[in-house]
Ligand binder design. Structure first.
Ligand SMILES: [Zn+2]
Length: 265
């Protein structure tokens, strides 16, 4: 896998990767929020690092890529390089999870709103919406693609991601709580309602199945590791990756793979 990863990293550094604007904010709160261009691998299954790889991961000699883009011309350094360290998902999503260098999902954007289930209001509290840089970029990109393909779809409600530094996110934090959502790899996305109201569906019959299936399909296409859906919303996907669970008739839960290769179901 190292070869393809190298090529991917090279192409991203050379400017071929998809650039995503995401509001970033340090979890220590010392840096004011600001717009920072970040890069993300299109598949969501590999990370485009904005910082140099640690020695253990750094490949030995650089491999010359046989493409015109790999000419020796110096490449301008993206503004984010060296200022925003890549996020790290530590532990497991459901046990001993922690999040380093997480990124804050904006309270709202052109294609989304955030939903605070315990308070039944939008936007959600900021401490409930931290994820890895790849997760936040994946959510924003998938929702933008979804609404570009379906202009009739309303801005999508995004629920909980993780806490600023990850960790347990159970019922002590309101509502039913989460068994997972511990290391920045999980996000809840509310199904669009047939009546387009910007609130969570109260029951499966209120869910727009066509738009919801499109969201499931797009997250799968972007490399989601698992998608959890409700038992009564009749959404489909490959059995190995899409599971029906209780308490998911109002939202789907997406987990992206840990780009560092740790984690599990
Ligand atoms: Zn969830």
């Amino acid at each position: 896998m190292r070869g393809p990863l190298l090529l991917l990293l090279a192409s991203v550094v050379l400017g071929a990767g998809a650039a995503v604007a995401a509001v970033t904010e340090r979890s220590d709160g010392l840096r004011p929020p600001g717009l920072t261009a970040r890069t993300a691998a299109p598949s969501g299954s590999a990370v485009a690092r904005a910082t140099p790889l640690p020695p253990a991961l750094a490949p030995a000699p650089a491999v010359p890529a046989p493409t015109p883009a790999a000419t020796p011309t110096p490449v301008p350094t993206p503004p984010s390089m060296g200022t925003a360290p890549a996020s790290r998902a530590l532990g497991r999503p459901f046990r001993d999870g922690r999040l380093e260098n997480g990124v804050l999902l904006p309270a709202q954007g052109p294609d989304h709103r955030t939903w605070d289930a315990p308070l039944q209001r939008s936007p959600s509290r900021a401490w409930r919406r931290w994820g890895t840089d790849v997760l936040v970029a994946t959510v924003l990109e998938v929702l933008a693609e979804h609404r570009a393909a379906h202009p009739e779809s309303p801005p999508i409600l995004v629920g909980d991601l993780s806490r600023p530094r990850g960790g347990i996110f159970d019922q002590r934090y309101g509502g039913l709580g989460h068994a997972s959502h511990q290391n920045g790899l999980d996000v809840d996305i509310y199904y669009p309602r047939k009546d387009r109201l910007p609130i969570e569906p109260a029951r499966a019959s209120q869910v727009d199945r066509r738009l919801s299936q499109d969201l499931v399909d797009r997250f799968l296409a972007r490399g989601a590791e698992f998608v959890f859906v409700g038992r009564n919303v009749r959404l489909r996907g490959p059995k190995a990756r899409v599971s029906k669970l209780p308490h998911h008739d109002d939202h789907l839960h997406v987990r992206i793979p840990d780009p560092d290769g740790v984690g599990g179901r």
